[in-house]
Design a protein around this ligand. Sequence first.
Ligand SMILES: *Cc1c(COP(=O)(O)O)cnc(C)c1O
Length: 372
Amino acid sequence: MIVPFLDLKTQNKNILPQIYPLFEEIIESASFVGGEHIQKFEEEFAEFCRRKYCAAVNSGTDALRFALIAGGIKQGDEIITVPNTFIATTEAITQSGARPIFVDINPGTYNIDVSRIEQAITPKTKAIIPVHLYGQCADMDAILDIAQRYNLLVIEDACQAHGAEYKGKRAGSMGLVGCFSFYPGKNLGAFGEGGAVVSDDEIVIQKIKRLRDHGQVKKYEHEMEGYNGRLDTLQAAVLRTKLRYLEEWNSLRRQNAALYEELLKAVKEIVLPYEPEWSKAVYHLYVIRVKERDRLQKELSELSIHTGLHYPTPLHLQRVYTHLGYKNGSFPIAEKYAKEILSLPMFPELKREQIEYTAESIKKCLYKLCGV
Ligand SMILES: *Cc1c(COP(=O)(O)O)cnc(C)c1O
């Protein structure tokens, strides 16, 4: 048996008959930028996130960058986030002119440790970017409370968390804005690049729509310089079609997670994902922790079970961020976990037998490695 880490082909095959006619229509009309599919997708995705407005953009990175710029972030500002995220989070911060300030993670949820945020705040702090890592929301009430007391913006990096819930509220619906990625492997993925910002603040969304379109208010009328950061029409058609299945796909991911849990919970060498009672995670990734991580990953790969590492090096230890002045030991939890995390195969179409084979193989390998 082969267990791929991610299988997009099966999902695409099921929905292609619905997508091809839309492609035909768009290609025949030769209107590839803007148009009704974009507007409709924005309405539909805002509704999915339980927000009033949405601006579709070219990537999750653009979503974060435009959100920061539209929020008024500028040179010299400080933005608080976590070191265990994809570099897009901090690229957006730097590209808005600001400086990333890291806070260690909660040992149970792997999201920002809310008890450490206040000590990272300085007079230069302007915003917090909680990352809803692996598809589980950060502890938003605590974050919003701190943000209110210190007058900080909250920009949710929901790039892995389409449809996740926190106390019944959707990821992306709690901060000033929520930022999403539609990179192909995300829970909602385009046939290429894509992203979106959702918000209840009409002005912020208008600014983002200008930023994505060279700062244009109207064609060739520029109040400022912007970017080329639009979602294209073919992608909007794909995303509109896929959005109709997202709830179903997310619940299949949750079912797969529940099966992993049932099969692996007795294995004491492994720490399984933890969902607090206020959380409904959408398992963009299913990440376990194990001391013998590197050897286990290698053994699994020899059994055709493909796994991933998200992320092997915390950002504060990346060479590009040496100038920020962090060192080994700055964020002990994030550093320890980076050596132990292992992302198991996870996607909606994953079969019961594949999960069983994966769990069985993990047990066998650990028996061999640790003499369990
Ligand atoms: C994928 C991702 C991004 C960036 O999204 P792109 O669409 O690839 O630009 C940002 N943050 C996190 C946490 C992500 O997983």
